[in-house]
Ligand binder design. Structure first.
Ligand code: PLP
Length: 397
C-alpha cells in the first residue's frame, strides 16, 4: 500500500494527541462534534503541494477508496466508494438526487436537526419528504418505520440519520434496515457523525443505496471531502437522474469506471485527501472501528458522570445516550449564558459548540476526535471552574 509523501514513516500505534492551533490559546482541546480534534501527523500531511492528476497520487486516491469501502463492510466488485468534494450536506443531497427520482417520496424519521436538514435538502431538490415524527430523546423504532411504509406505498426510500449530532441519540440502521428490506424499499443513511465508530456492515444491508460520511468526524481527518459507499449496480443505473452534474453519484461511478479509480471529475481538496490517508493509517493502528468506539464510549462515560457530579443534567436518559455527543440542559441560574460558558471554557483551553439545536436550551460537548478520557478530565475541571466563574455552580446532591 502506498503511504504517500510527507514523512509518514515515523508514527506508530501510540501517538501523542497534539493540540489544535488557536490564536489566543497555545494548546486547545476541541470537543466539537465536527470538525474534530485531529492528530499532528494528520495536520502535517497537508503542508505540501500535490497535483491530483499526477501519476503518484492516483494510486493513493484509489487506495483510499478501497480502504473506505472496506470500513463500510463493502465488497470489492459489488460496492464502490463515490467521493464528492465538500461538506457532509453535499453527500446527503447527492444521494437523494441520485437514488430518489424527481418527485419521489422519502420517509425521514424525524428526531433531530439533521433529519430536518435531510428533508430540506430533499424538498429543494424537488423530492417529497414525509416526516415520521419521533421525540428527539430516543431513536426511531423499526416498527414505527414499518407502519409508516405500510401506510404509504408511494415511498421509495427511508432516509435516516444514524447518530443525531444535535441531541446525541442513535438510530439503529440494522433494525430499521431490516424493516425497510421487508417492505421492499431502499435506505439512505446519513452516518456522518457515526461512521468509523458505530458499527455498520453494508454487505449485510442489501437494501442500502448509500451510506454517507465525511473525512472529518470519527475518522479524524481534515474537512473537505465526503464519501458515499454504494452498490455499484444501483449507482450505475441511476446516472443522469440527479438533475445536477456535480451531485450525480452515478456519474462519479461512470467516470471512475471509464478513467480509473484514481481519477477525479473536478479538482479535489487534494491535501485533505492526502491527510486522510494518514488518518486512515492511524485508524488502523488504533484497532479500527471497535477500538475507536471503545475510546469514544469511555470519553462519554467519564464526561457524563463528571458533568452529573457538577450538577449538570443530561438531556437524554442513559439508555438513549450515544457515544458521540453529550447534550446537557443549560443551568437555569441567572449568571449562565451559553456564550459566557463557552468563552470561560475557551480561556481554559477547551472549545465546545456555542449553539444548540434541541427543543430546550442545551450545552453540547463532543466525545469524538483525537481526544482521550484524560482530556475529558481536563474539560470537566474547566467546566467546574467556568460554572463557578458564572455563579452557576451547583454540586450534585
Ligand atoms: C456533521 C454532520 C453532517 C454534515 O455536516 P457538514 O457541515 O455538511 O459537513 C451531516 N449529518 C450529520 C448527522 C452530521 O453530524
Amino acid at each position: 500500500m502506498r503511504r504517500g509523501r510527507g514523512g509518514l514513516s515515523g508514527h506508530g500505534a501510540r501517538v501523542q494527541l497534539g493540540r489544535a492551533h488557536s490564536p489566543k490559546v497555545a494548546s486547545m482541546i476541541f470537543l466539537t462534534p465536527g470538525p474534530v480534534q485531529t492528530r499532528p501527523e494528520t495536520r502535517a500531511a497537508m503542508a505540501i503541494d500535490i497535483a491530483p492528476w499526477d501519476r503518484d497520487f492516483g494510486p493513493e486516491y484509489a487506495a483510499i477508496r478501497e480502504r473506505v469501502r472496506d470500513i463500510a463492510g463493502g465488497v470489492e466488485g459489488v460496492h464502490a466508494t463515490l467521493p464528492l468534494q465538500g461538506a457532509g450536506h453535499f453527500l446527503v443531497e447527492a444521494a437523494i438526487r441520485t437514488f430518489v427520482p424527481p418527485g419521489g417520496r422519502i420517509l425521514v424519521p424525524s428526531n433531530g436537526t439533521y433529519a430536518d436538514r435531510m428533508m430540506r435538502l430533499a424538498r429543494e431538490a424537488g423530492r417529497e419528504p414525509v416526516a415520521l415524527p419521533v421525540p428527539d430523546t430516543r431513536g426511531v423504532r423499526a416498527e414505527e418505520v414499518a407502519a409508516a411504509l405500510e401506510a404509504d406505498p408511494g415511498i421509495s426510500h427511508v432516509c435516516m440519520v444514524y447518530s443525531e449530532t444535535g441531541s446525541g441519540i442513535v438510530n439503529d440502521p440494522a433494525a430499521v434496515g431490516a424493516a425497510v428490506r421487508a417492505a421492499g424499499r431502499r435506505l439512505i443513511l446519513d452516518a456522518v457523525s457515526a461512521f468509523g465508530a458505530l458499527p455498520f456492515d453494508l454487505k449485510a444491508q442489501p437494501e442500502c443505496d448509500a451510506v454517507l460520511f465525511t473525512s472529518n468526524k470519527c475518522l479524524e481527518g481534515m474537512p473537505g471531502i465526503g464519501f458515499a459507499v454504494c452498490p455499484m449496480d444501483r449507482a450505475r443505473g441511476q446516472a443522469g437522474q440527479a438533475g445536477s452534474w456535480c451531485f450525480d453519484l452515478g456519474d462519479v461511478l461512470k467516470h471512475a469506471e471509464r478513467q480509473g479509480w484514481g481519477s477525479f471529475r473536478f479538482t479535489p481538496p487534494v491535501q485533505a485527501l492526502h491527510a486522510f490517508a494518514v488518518a486512515l493509517d492511524l485508524y488502523a493502528a488504533e484497532g479500527g472501528q471497535a477500538a475507536r468506539l471503545a475510546r469514544y464510549a469511555e470519553n462519554m462515560r467519564v464526561l457524563r458522570a463528571g458533568a452529573e457530579a457538577l450538577g449538570l443534567v443530561p438531556y437524554l436518559d442513559a439508555e438513549h445516550q450515544g457515544p458521540i455527543i453529550l447534550t446537557l440542559h443549560q443551568p437555569e441560574t441567572p449568571g449562565f449564558t451559553l456564550q459566557g460558558f463557552v468563552e470561560a471554557l475557551k480561556r481554559r483551553g477547551v472549545l465546545i459548540s456555542n449553539f444548540f439545536t434541541t427543543q430546550s436550551p442545551t450545552i453540547r460537548i463532543g466525545c469524538i476526535g483525537a481526544v482521550t478520557p484524560d482530556d475529558m478530565q481536563v474539560a470537566l475541571r474547566a467546566m467546574g471552574e467556568a460554572l463557578e466563574e458564572l455563579g452557576a455552580a451547583r454540586k450534585a446532591a
